[in-house]
Design a protein around this ligand. Structure first.
Ligand SMILES: Cc1cc2nc3c(=O)[nH]c(=O)nc-3n(C[C@H](O)[C@H](O)[C@H](O)COP(=O)(O)OP(=O)(O)OC[C@H]3O[C@@H](n4cnc5c(N)ncnc54)[C@H](O)[C@@H]3O)c2cc1C
Length: 471
């Protein structure tokens, strides 16, 4: 039973439980808690099977610092705790006599189950609990096919989504901070800020709500108009780079949706469509919770994958001998991000040229991407592998050389990330093993020494993949 008297008693504080919603504006749980005196808590859940990987932890560290500062300016305290969320929340309720807990929903299968248990347990103790939609345009269960089922094909999903008119984003409410006399762990003690690797990430990213808005306005001023024609070019910044900000909820999809439409109306649809893919991935994860580890298409269950730790390592470290693949894997390691087109190419190379299970690529991405997201990562890997919903057919095998010639024609992206090929020009930079000894010598490239020979021959690998698929 909810103790309504306690809820209305202005002296009892409420708790805002922050998760993937690290922002002040358009935060519906914050709006709800702002009617109380309140404090915020971020809980690091030790038992989460999909605990963020290394690059995401770095992001989280910086984003919490930024949010802490924003709260501090408004007199709100942010408490950090590690442990089981139910226990942590129960302790905080006891320590502060809090009457209510508010949060925005997340959709990872483990989190859905955990949060349901937390809600019912706290409610039994008379604590008011309310959760909200804070990180999606539509709830995964709201979108239904005409037969009331889950969507498995993107186009009809998108056709429906794009017709919805979404409520205007909320502004930052007036906040009434409460100073609980409880301890907070220190962010430094969580050791999420690697000094060496973090340096590369720091050069590129500004985690936090302000950083998200800077990226969005930069993109709206100079990018969205040419998005459709340039989004596949990896050299240069032709996409929004909002993915990590979106994952951690430093900006909401509703804010982006409205700002993009305001800025260039229907011309923004090719960009907004990508937000549609984000919604679709989450829809799939909700309805098919095994998606992060099991093929969605059962026909893939007996696929003859090859476990090859040496090849996996060569791929991870960007030493495959295919310049575009290597450039992508090195960009990932250095910046925690990789261009979408290149993600598709490197993923296809791992799964189809090397026959390594997509789950192993997905794990590497999980640890190294600043935007690692269970739904987007799993759905995209299954899309590339051909085992997912509405996936690329398995027999469509990217040729990494043709892709390189098409999307990086002057080799600018390759030169940035594979400096040992700097002095090679097109067409040789796309396939150095085809260049004459004279050209290689002039460019200072010794295959097998300064840059590797191709790990596998494309024609051989393509045929092997097709045979495996046929079997
Ligand atoms: C193998 C593979 C793994 C991926 N793993 C992730 C991941 O872990 N996290 C992640 O956010 N994206 C993932 N993506 C999707 C996509 O590559 C990134 O979202 C995109 O590159 C982010 O850059 P951006 O913000 O500039 O995107 P923009 O092109 O500016 O798009 C705007 C937003 O739309 C969303 N979006 C764009 N493309 C996709 C897509 N294909 N699927 C779902 N959402 C999309 C992102 O939130 C993105 O920020 C993956 C793609 C592949 C092929």
């Amino acid at each position: 039973m909810i103790d309504r008297e306690r809820l209305m008693d202005q002296k009892s504080p409420a708790i805002l439980w922050l998760r993937q919603d690290l922002r002040l504006a358009d935060n519906i749980a914050l709006e709800a808690v702002s009617h109380h005196l309140f404090f915020a808590v971020y809980i690091w859940d030790d038992e989460d099977p999909w605990s963020p990987g290394g690059a995401s932890r770095w992001w989280l560290h910086k984003s919490l610092l930024s949010l802490h500062r924003s709260f501090q300016e408004r007199g709100v305290q942010l408490i950090l705790r590690k442990g089981k969320p139910l226990q942590v929340l129960k302790h905080l309720v006891q320590e502060t006599k809090a009457c209510a807990v508010y949060w925005n929903r997340c959709y990872e299968p483990y989190v859905i189950k955990r949060d349901q248990e937390i809600k019912s347990s706290l409610k039994q103790e008379g604590i008011f609990c309310q959760s909200f939609k804070g990180s999606l345009l539509t709830e995964p269960w709201e979108m239904q096919t005409t037969t009331k089922g889950a969507y498995q094909v993107f186009t009809p999903f998108w056709n429906k989504l794009k017709e919805i008119s979404f409520a205007r984003p909320l502004s930052v409410p007036d906040l009434q901070g409460f100073k609980p006399s409880v301890f907070s762990e220190s962010l430094e003690e969580w050791h999420f800020n690697p000094t060496l690797w973090g340096r590369g990430l720091e050069e590129i990213w500004t985690p936090g709500e302000q950083g998200a808005w800077d990226n969005l306005s930069g993109f709206l001023n100079d990018g969205i108009q040419s998005y459709a024609s340039r989004r596949d070019i990896p050299s240069g910044q032709y996409t929004s780079r909002l993915s990590p900000h979106l994952h951690w909820g430093e900006i909401s999809p509703t804010q982006i949706w409205h700002e993009a439409l305001l800025s260039c109306g229907k011309d923004s649809l090719p960009f907004l469509r990508q937000l549609g893919w984000r919604e679709f991935s989450c829809h799939l994860l909700f309805h098919f919770p095994h998606m992060p580890f099991q093929n969605l298409r059962v026909s893939f269950s007996d696929f003859p994958w090859q476990d090859n730790p040496d090849h996996l390592k060569i791929w991870q470290t960007g030493q495959t001998g295919y310049p575009l693949v290597d450039a992508g894997m090195r960009e990932l390691w250095h910046t925690g991000w990789m261009h979408n087109r290149v993600r598709m190419i490197v993923a296809s190379f791992l799964v189809k040229h090397l026959l390594i299970p997509w789950q192993q690529g997905k794990e590497w991405f999980w640890d190294t991407l600043v935007d690692a997201d269970l739904a987007n990562n799993a759905a995209s890997w299954q899309w590339v592998a051909g085992s997912g919903a509405d996936a690329a057919p398995y027999f469509r095998i990217f040729n990494p050389v043709l892709q390189s010639e098409k999307f990086d024609p002057h080799g600018l992206y390759i030169k940035q990330w594979v400096p040992e090929l700097q002095a090679l020009n097109s067409p040789h930079i796309h396939s150095p093993w085809k260049a004459s000894a004279q050209i290689l010598e002039k460019a200072g490239v010794t295959l097998g020494k300064t840059y590797p020979f191709p790990l596998v021959d494309h024609a051989f690998a393509r045929q092997r993949a097709l045979d495996a698929f046929a079997r």
